[in-house]
Design a protein around this ligand. Structure first.
Ligand code: CMC
Length: 393
């Protein structure tokens, strides 16, 4: 156009500078602040990774303890919010509840409006990371009609989430350490992924100086779609619909058919043109969790593995460089843990909040930051003569 570049889907537009996450999509590499995702997933816990994303460095032992007690200090949500939940229909999708409740937090923390104060920004970041497990678990509890379980601050971040999901006032939930470790790893794998749709949404919303809690609600909305975080829910539905290995070719055929809108969910990525490194760790974790639970013939896992094998040998998927992404195996793990399908994307949101709010903080501190304001190619009618209501045909 001369004035600007038309780039639908921002496939070749860099919108910001960032020091947080590096992806080499051709090589299948993902690093946070220089550390390989494989090393972080193997050796760290989620709060160490959250510290890394927010502060730029892995914490030493003392810093880790301080960070954990800072986060646990904020795990409760305002008691009035319990009544806010009551306003939703019981069958509301938990992502709808998450959007609403996280957006409503902006009405509780007026100090977070002072985004130019580094201390206020940091407190908002801590509050969000701390409260998301509570908010997500309560969205589930509300759907079941069970009482909300308050956080237990002697538990780890992942354990606490499982406790709030599955404990009741009558029954203590004994957190299985293997499952808690797997949950923690899954949270790490989802923590950040540079300028994806939801992160860009958070940055765009925040670029006007908006309240950070409201910006995260915008990110949750963007994540919900099946082309993004909603894919983990869609994968499980797809695997259930396939139902048997014999039907895989039929679905592969549909995915390749340009006249059919069906796509293999959990396959393909805007940036990765190679195996998504998170999917590799996820498939390993999936096997570990099923082993621990003594599930040896999970039919959905069998279908997923066979689907992956067939797709990776198929010319269409090879040519278009479509590989399994992070969402392909996560749903099978969640299901095995007893997490209902409608909660899958909430888990993604809870983990990604750390990345969102770290990226938001980086944006606010960036001296080049301006309000995000894309241009358009106008394709409508250029000019018309006005017709009074009485004279319109
Ligand atoms: N199944 C069949 N064909 C596909 C698929 C798929 N899953 N993904 C892409 N293609 C084809 C697509 O039809 C297109 O073909 P052609 O060039 O002939 O028109 C080509 O591959 C490129 O696809 P695109 O839609 O232009 O690529 P994109 O970068 O805009 O989309 C994507 C990336 C992730 C949205 C897409 O691959 C997709 O819809 N995948 C399924 C949903 C999914 O798993 N999403 C999770 C993404 S990773 C985690 C996250 O972000 O939350």
């Amino acid at each position: 156009t001369g004035l600007f570049t038309y780039d639908p889907g921002f496939t070749s537009t860099g919108s910001c500078e960032s020091k947080i996450t590096y992806i080499d999509g051709d090589a299948g590499v993902l690093r946070h602040r220089g550390y390989a995702i494989e090393d972080l997933a193997e050796n760290c816990d989620f709060l160490e990774v959250a510290h890394l994303l927010l502060r730029g460095e892995l914490p030493n032992a003392a810093e880790r303890d301080t960070f954990e007690s800072t986060i646990t200090h904020h795990t409760m949500v305002h008691e009035q919010l319990t009544r806010f939940y009551q306003g939703f229909r019981r069958d509301a999708h938990p992502m709808a509840i998450m959007c609403g409740v996280v957006g409503a937090l902006s009405a509780f923390y007026h100090d977070s409006l002072d985004i130019n104060d580094p201390h206020h920004r940091m407190v908002s970041q801590h509050r969000l990371i701390a409260k998301m497990p509570t908010i997500a678990a309560w969205a589930y509890k509300y759907s079941t009609g069970q009482p909300f379980m308050y956080p237990k601050n002697n538990l780890s971040y992942a354990e606490n989430f499982l406790h709030m999901m599955f404990a009741t006032p009558c029954d203590e939930y004994k957190v299985n350490p293997v499952l808690a470790k797997a949950m923690d790893r899954i949270l790490i794998l989802h923590a950040d992924h540079e300028q994806n749709a939801s992160t860009s949404t958070v940055r765009l919303a925040g670029s006007s100086g908006a309240n950070p809690f409201a910006c995260i609600a915008a990110g949750i909305a963007s994540l919900w779609g099946p082309a993004h975080g909603g894919a983990n829910e869609a994968v499980l539905k797809m695997l259930s619909e396939i139902g048997h290995k014999d039907r895989i070719p039929e679905f592969i055929k549909r995915a390749k058919d340009k006249n059919d809108s069906f796509r293999l969910m959990g396959f393909g990525h805007r940036v990765y043109k190679n195996y998504d490194p998170r999917a590799k760790i996820m498939s390993q974790t999936c096997k570990e969790v099923l082993d621990e639970l003594g599930v040896h013939d999970e039919p959905l896992l069998q279908i997923a593995m066979e689907l992956e094998r067939i797709a990776l040998e198929d010319e269409y998927f090879v040519e278009k460089k479509l590989y399994p992404n992070v969402d392909f195996y996560s749903g099978i793990i969640f299901r095995a843990m007893g997490i209902p399908v409608s909660m899958f994307t909430c888990l993604f949101a809870l983990a990604r909040t750390t990345g969102w709010i770290a990226q938001w903080g980086e944006m606010i501190e960036d001296p080049h930051q301006k309000i995000g304001r894309p241009r358009q190619l106008f394709t409508g009618v250029a000019e018309r003569k006005f017709v009074a209501l009485a004279d319109r045909p």
